[in-house]
Each structure stands twice: as structure tokens, then as C-alpha cells.
Design a protein around this ligand. Sequence first.
Ligand code: ADP
Ligand code: MG
Length: 401
Amino acid sequence: MSQSFEQRRGQKSVDEWASDVSLILDGNTNEGIRASAPGRVEFIGNHTDYNGGWVLGATIDRRVEVVLQRRSDRQIRLQSEAAVPPVEVPLGSVERQSGEWAWANYILGMVEVLQGEGMTIESGFDLRVGSTLPVGAGLSSSAALELASGAALSEAYGGEFLRRDLVRMAQRAENEFVGVPCGLLDQAVVALGGADRLVRLDARSEATAAVPFPPETGIWIFRTHQAHALSESGYQERHDEARAVRERLRELLGNEEAEYLVDVSPSQLEEVKRELSKTLYRRARHVVTEHRRTQRVVQLLKAGRRAAAGRLLFASHESSRVNYENSTEALDFVVDRLAEQEGVLGARLTGAGFGGAAMAWTRAGYGEEQAHEVAGAYADRFGMELETLACRPAPGLYVWT
Ligand code: ADP
Ligand code: MG
């Protein structure tokens, strides 16, 4: 028996996992190799990853599923139930697609990377994609598509890869083939997450760890459907500011060992506050405190102290709003309404910010009615729909074998 997916076998049987979710694509599993991967949400650790800090993510019970069938010729045929055209390329000349065919790059990237790692794909294949995960919503449909495809390919062609190998390969596919310079968080959470846990990533060492997700609690996502263009330029600007203030702090503190912004302590930052522009001080303040909040949340979750952990989610939002300035009026409004509600342990913007989504961590009693109350208030205020998604952490990547 191959050693791939050994962690999966150690945790919970595939059958148990399979019964956790409904099949997204029609057809029975005998028709091919079926693999499934969830989306993910950033629980806390906002903009800490490129600053060498900690991030905590959770899988959600919205998934991408693929079914792969080997062919007798050398064609690769990709098809999705999403509104995208099918793509057909010969195995011998896998090239980056553009325009409306670009969706195939997440899968073709895995084909390239897996072969680069020594796996022989000796025949063509048909691969169908189904999904219950919103696309382009900051919930990592890209990583889910990469990992589900990578796992199916690995299973079909005898790749002896560990789950954590696939994490890196998926990141490389996205960086090098798709051309998106993402960190490791999305792929790590999608592959290593589970119904009972959060995944902690230490961006410096790239080490991951499981953190218990308190039972009887849930996650709600509130999508504002606000502009994406702003989010890209804003993200780049913050990236540049973070680098600039790190360089400046190195000079001021004479600390050449400060490889990352998180190496500076909050008290060291206060010492040199006067030497920094207001903006750069705030950016640094957010990163150094957010990293430590994330560390504290991990401790609190391990100790079962939900209320205290939840308060730090609100503090995270406040720091994003005031210091990193990546919140919006709409996100602040949602978080403020959530803070007033019974059953909300914590709430904050999640992901890059500048629009996008907020998340709430809730007790079991919190339900549709309360979420709709927030959406109603949002519609009254902004004249726009607030999309609400009820989620809970879900099994990470798996294949039916
Ligand atoms: P996110 O990862 O936040 O959803 P990205 O822009 O990183 O957003 O990835 C979204 C892209 O992934 C889509 O534009 C599409 O190319 C691809 N994708 C995701 N899910 C599917 C799907 N079910 N079918 C086809 N392509 C998909
Ligand atoms: Mg993505």
C-alpha cells in the first residue's frame, strides 16, 4: 500500500470522512478517482504571513471535488460545472492558458509540478470539477482546486507523495504556473485542516500545527461584495510599507537579526515611536501585536478559554481598522453589529481586507435569524446585499480510494 496520505489514515477512515459531506459531482466512485478539498477562512493573523508571523486558518464545509478517469490516448480534457469553457491539451505540451481558459492553469500547474517531482503521467485523462465553494471570494477555491486535482493525479499515477508534499507542490503550481505569489497558508489549511481543528502556520519556519477547534461553535462568513481592484493595490501598498518599516526599525534598533517585522517586540517599537512616521508606526504596531494575539489565541484555545479568545478576534479587527487601515466602513459596520449580538464569541475582517468578507465565531445557539438581522441592517444602511454563509470546520483534503 502506498504511503501517501498517511496522515489521513491515521486520523479518521476515508469512509467516515466521505460520509461527512455529500458528493458534489454525480456518478459513482467506480467511474474514476474522486478527490475533494475544502475552502478555508483566516481565523486570526491578519497580514502576518509575509511579516514572518503566525496565522491561524480553518477549513470550511464548502468544497471543490474532482473526478479523474484515465484515457487510453494522451489527451488531457478538463471540464468544470462552473461557467467556464472546457480545456483540452495534449499531455506532451502542457502550456499556460489565458483568458477564459485560465482556470485550467490550477490543474495544469499540478500536472507540471508533479511530473517535475518525478511522477510519470503515462496517459491522458479526463478530469471533471464540481464545487460548492464561492470562486474568487477569498475562501481559497484556487488552493482547493489545486489540491483536489493533485491528490487525484497522485492517486491515479502512483505518486508516493505525503500530504505535506502536496501542500508545497500546490503552492509552487500557484506561484510558478498560475503566476500568483501566494504564501503557504491556503494550501496548508486546505490539506491539513479538519473538522476538529484549526491549522496554525508559522510563516517563518513554514511549520504547521493543529490547534483544537472548540466543539459546539461555528463560523459565519459575511461577504460584502465590494471591489477587488482596490484590494490588490492596497495589498501591495501594505506589503511595501511593511518592508519599509522593517528596514527602518533595523537601523533604529541596531538589530540586524530582525529578519522579520515580528522580531521587533511591542515595547521596542514604543521606544522608537517618535522616529517613525505615524503611518509606518501604525503598520508595525498592527503586525507586532497581531502576531502576538495569534499566539495568545492558540494558547487560549488549548486551554478552552473561548470568551477570552473571542475578545482577541475583536481586538484583531480593531487593529486592522486603526493601524493597518485595511478595513472598510462596510466591514466595520458588520463587525459592530456582530459585537452586539448574543452568541457571537468574536468577529473580524478576514483576508486581505479593503472590502471582501468579515467572519464571526459563534456559539451553537447562533443561527439564521441573527445572521439575517445583520444582513437586514446592512441592506438598510448600504442598500446592498450582505451574503451570509454558515460554515464549520470540515475534513481537509481526501481521496476516495
Ligand atoms: P480564491 O482562491 O479566493 O477563490 P483565486 O482568484 O485565488 O480566488 O482563485 C479563483 C480561480 O480559481 C477562479 O478564477 C478559477 O480560475 C479557479 N477556480 C476555482 N474554483 C473553480 C471551479 N469550480 N471551476 C473552475 N475553476 C475554478
Ligand atoms: Mg486563491
